[in-house]
Design a protein around this ligand. Sequence first.
Ligand SMILES: C[S@@+](CC[C@H](N)C(=O)[O-])C[C@H]1O[C@@H](n2cnc3c(N)ncnc32)[C@H](O)[C@@H]1O
Length: 275
Amino acid sequence: MKGLEAIEADAFFYTVFEHLGYDFRHYSDASRNRRLAAFVGRHRFASISEAQGRVLRDPALLTDLLATMTVNVTEMFRDPLVFSKIRTEILPRLATYPRIRIWIAGCATGEEAYSIAILLDEVGLLERATIYATDIDTESLRVATAAIYPADAMVRATRNYQASGGERPFSHWYVAKYDRCILSPELRSRIDFFSHNLATDSAFGEFNLIMCRNVFIYFEDMLQHRVERIFSESLAPFGNLAIGPRESLTEGGRKLFDPLDRRLGLFVKSRHGRP
Ligand SMILES: C[S@@+](CC[C@H](N)C(=O)[O-])C[C@H]1O[C@@H](n2cnc3c(N)ncnc32)[C@H](O)[C@@H]1O
């Protein structure tokens, strides 16, 4: 997208923010504008300006825009070595607290939150834990809340779980029904799924672990640093942050968090940094 179209795209996202409160203004241009072009094409709008007028008037189009703008690819125990490190290095520290609070930001369809709940269950910490799992995309949150996944996703989940060092039969956490698997109500009951927009909403509590993986890749540095400050503010002393192994902190973010394992995207709240 070049010249005039790029200007129209900026105007589109400014209007969507001003009138509807969804802020994509500081998402990385390339993928954001590609997604907008796909949205305009799919609905056969003559121009971005026409799309703008229609989105403002039609809530169903806004829902579709949100689904188009967000990438919700995820899986259980994604990057198994990260979960292995959480199991061996982070859970023993969490075990020393009477209450454990975890925030999964950008949880998509919920698999990451359920993976953490399984780790906690394995070591008998689930009853002490509350997991808050948030996303901007309401359709993804609906799937997450239902806790029902296709059976073939469980095949991959089992492989990832074992690669992360898990030793229990994975089927302990779900019942299979036809081509679907229903996760255990015990896992479901420890997770609170709700809508939270990292671009506009503020901190909402104090946590021992925050996971926000594969979300920063869509943000410009300025927006990412806003979120890093919220995370630093929201972590208790010695609290951990997990970002995607292929992501990195901004220059400002590196002052707020010390590496626990940079390669895996694991950090600990710095004792010196200030949000
Ligand atoms: C690629 S998924 C990552 C899912 C999971 N964390 C993982 O690593 O497998 C990115 C998620 O970030 C969410 N997201 C994008 N912008 C967001 C925002 N401003 N606030 C909250 N979530 C956002 C998307 O809706 C999407 O579900």
